[in-house]
Design a binder for this molecule. Structure first.
Ligand SMILES: Nc1ncnc2c1ncn2[C@@H]1O[C@H](COP(=O)(O)OP(=O)(O)OP(=O)(O)O)[C@@H](O)[C@H]1O
Ligand SMILES: [Mg+2]
Length: 290
């Protein structure tokens, strides 16, 4: 199974939001990382076939998706960034409703609703109203609806926004289970969401592809670019912040310890440290780590 994004461009008015993207996906989880406005949602909407590109094509196993039409839609499960659930519906009723919209027969719907509720761990809560669920549970209902048609391509846009750490881990494990025989595209600006489950990380900046690589390789490229510097006087910190990207600052017995991302050694006393994906985010994006 392969999904090929070829020369994809999206323009809104005069603004070029996606710029000639070329990407290839096979089964597994792909983490799409980018700052606000970098084009993640636009890319996902185009791949989900709910928005048309200005230029470029998408091919599923070599076939242009615009020619496949509903055949392609049947392959897609999509959890939008802002999803409206029908609050008055119970989880079960809501899923039955979506199953109908997706064209499942009554018999199929019965099987799939039960199956997806079990998968997301909400079967016991199926009779409760969605409006009363926690953020994490609502997200799980969102995933369940996206999985009803057993999609080969699952697209989830910032699914962990607003979840607590426990729910986030649960969600991550759920996605990794689901991804064994599907293409899963997951956008986030929370690096730890994809650190362990993504086969590749796609970094977008202003609609352009900056990197597409396994997390391991990306981190390898950062070796000798992440440093630890200890300063005894707090007054020295602003000078580092002006010249370098500074991550965590921690108070230690020896003084203030700064984590610095820099191609060159930021100080004669700097010590190179093991990079992590948070460093990667700082390396590619100027703003604070989300
Ligand atoms: N329908 C639209 N009309 C005009 N401009 C749009 C439209 N949708 C998105 N944009 C613009 O396209 C750019 C990319 O938006 P997009 O929502 O794809 O970014 P994102 O990476 O998903 O951001 P976020 O992290 O905030 O969700 C932004 O500058 C946005 O303002
Ligand atoms: Mg978005």
């Amino acid at each position: 199974m392969s999904l090929l994004v070829s020369n994809l461009t999206k323009v809104f008015g005069k603004k070029q939001v996606l710029q000639s993207l070329n990407l290839e996906f096979t089964t597994g989880v792909y983490g799409i990382l980018g700052a606000n406005g970098s084009g993640k949602t636009t890319l996902m909407r185009i791949i989900a076939n709910v928005m048309r590109p200005s230029e470029g094509n998408i091919y599923y196993d070599g076939r242009d998706i615009t020619i496949m039409d509903h055949q392609y839609r049947d392959l897609i499960g999509y959890l939008p960034q802002h999803v409206g659930l029908y609050k008055q519906f119970t989880a079960e009723k809501f899923l039955h409703y979506i199953a109908t919209l997706k064209g499942l027969s009554k018999k199929e719907a019965k099987v799939k609703v039960k199956e997806t509720l079990e998968l997301v761990g909400l079967y016991d809560r199926r009779k409760e109203k969605v409006g009363k669920f926690s953020g994490g549970m609502k997200r799980r209902v969102g995933i369940a609806q996206a999985l009803l048609n057993d999609p080969k391509i699952l697209i989830v846009d910032e699914p962990t926004a607003g979840l607590d750490p426990k729910e986030r881990i649960r969600f991550r494990n759920l996605l990794s289970t689901i991804a064994s025989n599907r293409i899963v595209l997951l956008s986030t600006h929370i690096v730890s969401d994809i650190e362990f489950i993504a086969k590749e990380v796609i970094i977008l900046k202003d609609g352009r592809l900056i990197q597409k690589e396994s997390p391991q390789l990306l981190l390898k490229e950062l070796e000798q670019k992440v440093w630890k510097v200890i300063v005894s006087n707090e007054m020295e910190i602003p000078a580092f912040q002006q010249s370098y990207k500074v991550g965590n600052i921690v108070k230690t017995e020896a003084g203030m310890e700064l984590r610095i991302i820099s191609d060159t050694m930021p100080s004669p006393h700097a010590v190179a440290v093991q990079p992590n994906l948070e460093d990667l985010y700082l390396y590619y994006f100027d703003e604070e780590v989300a």
